[in-house]
Write a new protein. Structure first.
Length: 169
């Protein structure tokens, strides 16, 4: 007795063969799409001058420590009626206040709205500038001079007064 085999169909008519081809082919296609996206997009995460940025962070920490040593605090008031931003500084002992200070207003999620203001000192010891426009959201605020820095945060709309302190205790 002889066994007869059913006639074999060509390989390209077998669905299991196409399944075996489709899985690696899909992986190759997804890999090329990922490569194209990686080449075209700039994620901006890697900095070329990371050493310089690390040194700048150390300088900021030194400025924070200097402000903490002087027990320096600042009060920022946003006066919408007068369209004025007013800053008052207080310290534990008589501190020579600079003629100008820099106020950085940084939006937490959109860098395009960031502002940097130079505030001159007035005769009464306060620093003033025209009130900038604020987009709603969370704002990080830095008040800096040559040798110290104060930080704080605002939520707009709503906050009209902010007490700023050094970032380190």
């Amino acid at each position: 007795m002889t066994l007869k085999r059913a006639p074999a169909s060509p390989w390209h008519r077998e669905p299991f063969v196409w399944l075996l081809i489709a899985i690696p082919l899909t992986a190759v296609i997804v890999g090329f799409v990922g490569l194209a996206l990686a080449i075209r997009s700039d994620d901006g995460m890697v900095e070329d001058d990371y050493y310089k940025q690390g040194m700048a962070i150390n300088r900021m920490l030194d400025r924070d420590k200097a402000a903490a040593a002087e027990n320096l605090t600042g009060t920022v008031e946003l006066d919408a009626a007068r369209h004025e931003l007013l800053v008052r500084l207080t310290a534990r002992q008589a501190l020579a206040l600079p003629d100008n200070i820099q106020l950085k207003l940084m939006h937490a999620t959109r860098a395009g709205f960031d502002r940097s203001l130079v505030l001159p000192r007035h005769a009464d010891g306060t620093y003033r500038a025209p009130l900038p426009e604020f987009v709603p959201g969370h704002w990080d605020v830095q008040l800096t001079a040559q040798d110290w820095r104060l930080t704080g945060s605002l939520f707009m709309p709503g906050d009209n007064r902010l007490v700023m302190r050094p970032a380190v205790p």
